[in-house]
Design a protein around this ligand. Structure first.
Ligand SMILES: *[C@@H]1O[C@H](CO)[C@@H](O)[C@H](O)[C@H]1NC(C)=O
Ligand SMILES: *[C@@H]1O[C@H](CO)[C@@H](O)[C@H](O)[C@H]1NC(C)=O
Ligand SMILES: *[C@@H]1O[C@H](CO)[C@@H](O)[C@H](O)[C@H]1NC(C)=O
Ligand SMILES: *[C@@H]1O[C@H](CO)[C@@H](O)[C@H](O)[C@H]1NC(C)=O
Ligand SMILES: *[C@@H]1O[C@H](CO)[C@@H](O)[C@H](O)[C@H]1NC(C)=O
Ligand SMILES: *[C@@H]1O[C@H](CO)[C@@H](O)[C@H](O)[C@H]1NC(C)=O
Ligand SMILES: *[C@@H]1O[C@H](CO)[C@@H](O)[C@H](O)[C@H]1NC(C)=O
Ligand SMILES: *[C@@H]1O[C@H](CO)[C@@H](O)[C@H](O)[C@H]1NC(C)=O
Ligand SMILES: *[C@@H]1O[C@H](CO)[C@@H](O)[C@H](O)[C@H]1NC(C)=O
Ligand SMILES: *[C@@H]1O[C@H](CO)[C@@H](O)[C@H](O)[C@H]1NC(C)=O
Ligand SMILES: *[C@@H]1O[C@H](CO)[C@@H](O)[C@H](O)[C@H]1NC(C)=O
Length: 589
């Protein structure tokens, strides 16, 4: 509640004085922007205050390590009038710009793809103030400031960048980078700073991005999570350096309540349909920065084949046929796309996250397109991209991470609720303690959180059991429990990763991946292996990097870092991913 009030008076918040301080570390929420963003969303955004005096910049929550912020120069070339705020480091007395090797101006990947950027560290205020606690100002907040860039669809049409991202930490507490002879550049990340300063109980966060269109409010806490956002089985597993890998076992279509709008009650096997090279599992990353759900073309086509959609090559996305009566029936019904994952990295247990089709009725809006266009956010992967469940998926999933501080932390995922979700008063979030390796779900039933929203067809009989029992069942998904026939699926296709952001996105993605592959080849055993998910971690490497200054920005400066070979490789990877990947994705919004 408090956070929402703050939204409308963000600037004045700084001046508010509070009487008493909380007893100890507690989870801290963020201030949400009073408006939404995203030409492919819309999405909720976090309102931050950057620099001294504060500049109001809205950012989408997601990503690791440094955040992407758009600089004041951005609009000198190509810009989205709805931009979420442009940051001008020249007008901040606390800004520190990393010098050293020319950043983003050496004819390297980013630049050739139309992106110029620089690393800047400045004071940032990200969390909602609470009564009795002092205002929180994070010094040396780690940012990469983009001064040029744009999005581009596969067909070549370009559109401006609108909003960057608020990265949600890393296992490192502090980061430091060489700075071309000058004092090292020291950066801080939000959750680790809050933990290190004794403000929150752990270097962690819990996030449910919610849905603007369906009226599901967002929830983001550092050092804890909102239990009402965690339903049913929770899967816990290791994270990668800057990504969250998990095995996707299948994708199915099901109906939670009542009759089916399809000519089947449920249909499984969509993930591998028509693609023999997809075995029993496909490792995917869960990264909220990119807007779409990025899957093999065969999978998107299999989903799309069951829906009134058609692929639009110029956008790289599947568009809903809104004149087909089945469109309205499906996106308002209790039908959903079920994503079944390996539970706790187990070979026998599974859990499923259901994404109602109402959340997959997203809209492309100007200036990306000339008129609002309903699309299905499944984006066929290009050869070099990694399957990724982006923000469209995140509307229905809770994700939490306890980074810990040694690279040995855990990330969590669970079903998130629908619109019927209690709004928790400030201060009642559940703490995540420093060594916690699990989050405790609510006992709420997922069906009940959607009951008042969706329109069951004829009967009201529930087919899905979203409470915890099904989890232990170890069988695949709960989603399709009803009587069902597993027929062959169709093809829904989604959006293309590269679609929107063509240049930025795709380009970055490609580069990113290519680099990764190369690196992996070069790497020796312990190094960070992007492709191997289960045991992501790079503890060893991590430490190495840390000593030399962390990962983020170094990529650019990789050559300047005398460290081990591994370091340089990781660094490069890192940045690559964060920068291009994130940007690109976000840019799209
Ligand atoms: C650009 O990158 C190349 C290769 O890393 C390097 O040799 C060169 O010195 C760089 N140029 C500048 C101006 O930093
Ligand atoms: C990036 O910056 C360099 C150096 O200022 C400039 O020459 C180049 O045109 C810029 N790139 C873009 C895409 O604006
Ligand atoms: C992180 O940096 C801050 C500021 O320099 C310092 O006070 C703190 O002790 C550092 N924390 C760790 C764990 O190094
Ligand atoms: C960053 O931290 C290092 C080590 O504590 C210190 O030597 C350096 O001066 C700091 N850099 C700045 C810009 O304060
Ligand atoms: C609507 O869906 C039903 C059931 O799947 C199907 O039989 C019918 O052909 C669809 N109608 C159109 C216009 O696609
Ligand atoms: C089949 O799946 C593989 C991943 O296992 C993917 O690389 C390939 O592009 C897929 N083929 C099609 C036609 O989507
Ligand atoms: C959309 O659906 C209507 C009704 O089924 C159909 O007549 C029309 O051809 C479809 N349009 C496209 C582009 O598929
Ligand atoms: C699809 O989403 C758009 C944008 O939120 C909304 O206006 C439209 O009513 C939705 N379609 C249906 C059938 O609910
Ligand atoms: C998954 O792992 C977590 C952490 O180890 C554990 O608390 C939880 O009980 C496990 N879930 C199941 C269903 O085994
Ligand atoms: C949904 O809510 C209505 C009204 O409260 C109730 O009658 C119905 O049984 C509920 N359906 C399910 C599946 O819970
Ligand atoms: C849901 O799970 C509970 C507990 O296992 C069970 O009693 C109930 O019958 C299940 N409901 C459905 C619809 O499967």
């Amino acid at each position: 509640m408090a956070s929402f009030l703050l939204l409308f008076s963000a600037v004045s918040l700084l001046k508010i004085a509070y009487a008493a301080a909380p007893a100890g570390p507690i989870p801290r929420s963020v201030t949400w922007a009073p408006k939404s963003y995203g030409v492919e969303g819309p999405w909720w955004a976090v309102r931050t205050q950057l620099g001294t005096p504060p500049q109001i910049i809205d950012l989408l929550p997601g990503g690791s390590f440094q955040s992407v912020v758009f600089g004041a120069d951005l609009c000198s070339t190509f810009c989205d009038a709805q931009t979420a705020g442009l940051y001008n480091s020249d007008e901040s007395s606390t800004a520190f710009t990393q010098t050293g090797p020319p950043i983003g101006t050496n004819g390297t990947n980013f630049m050739t793809r139309g992106i110029n950027y620089t690393y800047v560290f400045d004071t940032m205020s990200p969390v909602a103030n609470i009564e009795g606690a002092p205002d929180v100002h994070i010094p040396s907040f780690d940012m990469v400031v983009w001064t040029t860039g744009f999005n581009e669809f596969p067909g070549g049409s370009k559109y401006g960048l609108q909003i960057g991202n608020l990265a949600l930490g890393a296992t490192d507490i502090n980061q430091s980078w060489p700075n071309d002879g000058a004092p090292r550049a020291n950066g801080t990340l939000v959750p680790s700073f809050l933990f290190d300063a004794g403000i929150t109980p752990s270097n962690s966060y819990g996030l449910h991005v919610g849905s603007v269109a369906m009226g599901i409010p967002p929830s983001l806490y550092f050092g804890g999570y909102e239990q009402s956002r965690v339903l049913g089985l929770v899967t816990a597993q290791s994270y990668g350096l800057n990504f969250f890998p998990i095995d996707l076992l299948d994708i199915s279509i099901g109906v939670a309540v009542g009759n089916s709008p399809f000519d089947f009650t449920s249909k499984a096997g969509l993930l591998a349909q028509g693609n023999a090279s997809i075995g029993p599992a496909l490792q995917v990353h869960v990264d909220y920065n990119p807007p779409y759900i990025y899957l093999p073309r065969s999978t998107c086509d299999a989903i799309a084949a069951e829906l009134p959609v058609h692929f639009e090559p110029s956008l790289g996305l599947y568009l809903w046929n809104t004149t087909n009566p089945n469109y309205t029936t499906i996106v308002t019904s209790p039908s959903f796309l079920g994503f079944t994952f390996r539970l706790n990295a187990s070979i026998s247990q599974k859990m499923t996250i259901n994404v109602p089709f109402s959340l997959l009725n997203l809209t492309l809006t100007p200036p990306a397109v000339t008129q609002p266009t309903a699309y299905l956010p499944c984006s066929p992967l290009s050869e070099v991209s990694v399957p990724n469940l982006g923000r469209a998926f995140a509307q229905a999933a809770f994700i939490g991470v306890n980074w810990q501080t040694d690279g040995q932390g855990t990330w969590f995922m669970a079903q998130a609720p629908g619109p019927n979700t209690p709004s928790a008063p400030e201060g009642v979030a559940t703490s995540m303690q420093a060594s916690d390796r699990f989050v405790v779900p609510s006992t709420d039933d997922w069906v009940d959180t959607w009951n008042s929203t969706w329109k069951p067809i004829e009967a009201d009989t529930a087919h899905v059991n979203s409470s915890i029992p099904e989890a232990t069942a170890s069988s695949s998904s709960k989603s399709t429990s009803p009587p069902s026939s597993h027929i062959s699926p169709g093809a829904i296709a989604g959006t293309a990763v590269g679609a929107l952001c063509g240049m930025v996105l795709i380009g970055t993605g490609v580069w990113f991946i290519v680099r990764r592959v190369k690196k992996n080849r070069r790497e020796t055993g312990m190094s960070f292996n992007i492709r191997s998910p289960r045991k992501p971690p790079p503890v060893v490497t991590y430490h190495g990097d840390k000593r030399d200054g962390g990962f983020g920005p170094q990529e650019v400066q990789g050559s300047a870092v005398p460290g081990a070979q591994q370091m340089s490789k990781q660094q490069t990877e890192h940045p690559r991913k964060e920068l291009p990947g994130d940007h690109a994705y976000e840019l799209q919004s």
